[in-house]
Design a protein around this ligand. Sequence first.
Ligand SMILES: Nc1ncnc2c1ncn2[C@@H]1O[C@H](COP(=O)(O)OP(=O)(O)OP(=O)(O)O)[C@@H](O)[C@H]1O
Ligand SMILES: [Mg+2]
Length: 349
Amino acid sequence: MPDSSAVAARAATALSKEQRVALFAQVPNTPGAPKPDATLVVDGVSRTFGGLKAVDVAHLEIQRGCITGLIGPNGAGKTTLFNLLTGFDRPDTGTWSMDGQPLGKMHPHQVARKGVVRTFQLTKALSKLTVLDNVRLGATGQRGERILSTLLPWTWKAQERQITERAYELLARFKLDAKADDLAGSLSGGQRKLLEMARALMTDPAVVMLDEPMAGVNPALTQSLLGHIKSLRDDGMTVVFVEHDMDVIRDISDWVVVMAQGSVIAESTPEELSNNGAVVDAYLGSHHDQALEFDEDGNPVGATAELAEALEQAEAEELEAGGDLSEPEFVAPDLAAGPGKHAKEEDEK
Ligand SMILES: Nc1ncnc2c1ncn2[C@@H]1O[C@H](COP(=O)(O)OP(=O)(O)OP(=O)(O)O)[C@@H](O)[C@H]1O
Ligand SMILES: [Mg+2]
């Protein structure tokens, strides 16, 4: 169990906004860029499913005490990378470490004991257990310690009491304490995300990896979730989080890492993301700024031809449905859907 002095010591290391900006000012916008004070360092990690290279990360450094946003299209390998780094899956190749200590070949609870925890894209709350017990389950290495503690009942009783106290503290932090005795199955999607965060924090981790903490959360709760994620940074923790909504990414990330087809293709501050051609092509969508292309006969070619076809088809569908193309609000759906399209789909999942 973390003691409160350790928690306070970490909080004292929390960085101010100015300090965080200064840290990244010297970091080049290149994939695998070295960080001034990296905590997690990943080297040559790859994972293949069948013939598909789901993850192929040559080098990645995560800056301590900051929020790193991890973005990329569906299937880019974000979740698989989280699974590998936290011991839920095994890579084909590669090594990674936290503060110089290797984390490979470990089980998830061993990785957690070293200080790295994660939450899941699809929440893993055990619906038949109470909210309190779900959080208590986050305590480190309970299984291994059980064997010893059955021999020494007085030690486990004290430990159980500490675990329960810490669980209540965390439930209060996430405003779930009134629901401690309810079954986790009765919580809303957003409350389950909070429950998962509470459980992840039981071991007072140094690094928290959140896989789409906002997905499926009622918009009314997203602001409070965002606040909670920022509060982890205020406690001196390092946060890596996957998110599709670019407004959220811009709001809370100190640094953004972009994955596509398994690899890191770009890194930068959130402000500089849209200056990066590779990111725009792979993720943010390039239709809008792209020059239109025609052949000598004036027929559209390449991406322009695709756009023209989409427009034609949308017009035909609109006419078939009895619509009127002279209406000024008619916009072909493919053209209207900008970079925000993806985020909306995620919300509805
Ligand atoms: N257990 C598995 N078996 C086979 N293929 C898998 C498995 N897990 C992931 N994949 C494949 O690996 C690729 C990367 O998937 P991953 O879930 O890591 O992407 P992601 O970036 O998290 O996507 P999303 O934004 O949709 O969550 C995808 O092509 C996916 O289909
Ligand atoms: Mg995913």
